[in-house]
Ligand binder design. Structure first.
Ligand SMILES: [Zn+2]
Length: 321
């Protein structure tokens, strides 16, 4: 596959369309392809945050968690950089796998080794799935860890009993003394957004085809609630999802008359403001990023599979042409 096949159209209108930068602050790139990185960068995505989550099949050994965390702070970060995208992550034990208590206990011991590594912007995604006692136990243990280490928290709200589960997640954060301004509540919808904003938390929305939120609904939410503390993400993973959900939603917002300042806030600035509180992500990371040089290696491996490496200066990376 040759990168040059995926260059942006040079027509002026097209260049204008892609002139903005975007952040996708919730995407599971481990499950995505290199082609996704290429089209994401071409669509203006300059930074991604990859929360630790479950892989579709329960893990049975703590070692697989350790290797997964290593890949989030290691290979995946490197792979993204090779396509001009800055990669950050959150580390935690997800609610679903917290139900295997013996395993969850072992993962809890690993967390302090990983949450302070470079590029880790929060503890997450944590919270409730079925709202079981075990989920509650490990959610709260991780909130305590966040409190102790003064870290941000990313919360996954449940798909079932969402409204109650979202309220309960925020209650737990407050009970553990966390500042709502340092907690991002994700997978919101029309039912949850008002309470999340009123209580001072960040409200993230996952644009996920057919289930969580479509982007036409997202446009209406911004029309109704404005742009303060609202964040758009894709949560693209191994399921039916769209790694271009953020730029596509931005485009739809513009077409439907949302002011440019709002679009920029919900698709770029708010994610940066929320997560830069970690001290691990800042705009200069991509504005002054190193050139793409696919001859680079990570632990002796490059992203190349025998292809010619792409080598571009950082100026060429910033100018999307
Ligand atoms: Zn996720």
């Amino acid at each position: 596959m040759n990168n040059s096949e995926f260059r942006l159209p040079s027509a002026e209108g097209e260049a204008q369309r892609y002139s903005e930068f975007y952040i996708d602050p919730h995407i599971h790139m481990t499950a995505r392809t290199t082609y996704d990185y290429i089209i994401m960068r071409e669509s203006g995505i300059v930074a991604t945050i990859e929360p630790a989550f479950w892989l579709g099949q329960p893990r049975t050994h703590v070692g697989t968690f350790q290797d997964y965390f290593n890949s989030l702070v290691g290979w995946e970060r490197f792979r993204a950089s090779q396509f001009g995208i800055q990669h950050y992550c959150t580390i935690g034990i997800n609610p679903k796998e917290a139900n295997n208590e013996a395993l969850a206990e072992a993962v809890m011991e690993l967390l302090p080794l990983y949450v302070c590594k470079e590029g880790v912007v929060a503890i997450g995604e944590i919270g409730y799935d079925d709202q079981t006692p075990a989920e509650d136990k490990y959610f709260r243990r991780q909130l305590e860890l966040a409190k102790e280490l003064d870290m941000l928290v990313l919360i996954h709200t449940p798909h079932r009993n969402k409204k109650a589960g979202t309220s309960r997640s925020m209650d737990a954060c407050v009970e553990h003394g966390l500042d709502p301004a340092r907690v991002i509540i994700d997978h919101n919808n029309e039912e949850t957004v008002r309470e999340v904003l009123d209580r001072g938390f960040w409200a993230a929305f996952t644009i996920y085809p057919q289930t969580k939120m479509g982007n036409a609904r997202m446009v209406e939410i911004v029309k109704q609630h404005g742009c303060d503390r609202i964040i758009v993400d894709s949560s693209a993973d191994w399921g039916m999802s769209d790694p271009l959900a953020v730029p596509k939603t931005a485009q739809l917002m513009r077409e439907r008359g949302i002011p440019e300042t709002y679009v920029r806030a919900v698709c770029y600035e708010n994610a940066l403001a929320a997560y830069s509180q970690s001290g691990q992500i800042q705009e200069t990371d991509w504005l002054a990023s190193d050139a793409i040089d696919q001859r680079q290696m990570f632990n002796g491996n490059s992203v190349l599979r025998g292809q010619e490496p792409t080598v571009r200066s950082s100026r060429e990376c910033i100018l999307i042409e």
